[in-house]
Design a protein around this ligand. Sequence first.
Ligand SMILES: [Zn+2]
Length: 149
Amino acid sequence: MPLVFQCRACRVVVGDSLSIEATNDALGALTLTRVAALAKSDEIATSTAAGAVDRGSTFHPLTCAGCAAPVGKVYVTTVPALDALRGRYTLDTEAISSYELGMAGAEAPPLSLPVPVEQELRTELRKVQGVILSLHERLSAVEARGGRL
Ligand SMILES: [Zn+2]
């Protein structure tokens, strides 16, 4: 089933699996051709982290339009292994969460009753409790006198 990708921080929808161009486990990222609610910075940064798969590549940082959290990159120049990612939207899988279409209710807890129905039931229950209590009191009184019903 298709997946909807959301910003992990604020849950804004940032894209979906219908536009996946590539996934890259070593990079810990997936690359989309189209995205929603993402802001691409005009600045160009360089990946310098030691041991990073994309070390030496340059990119425009991508941030969530909802909360400004960093979510990925648009590569400008890349190491040869990442050529296919240039100009696309490469999202850090740690920065996004996904929702699979059709999974509504699959693992969610059971729905609680809507509040008005619940309140109505409670009111009815209190009335019934009142009736039972009054019957019990009358029964006790009759028993105390040694009488019969
Ligand atoms: Zn966000």
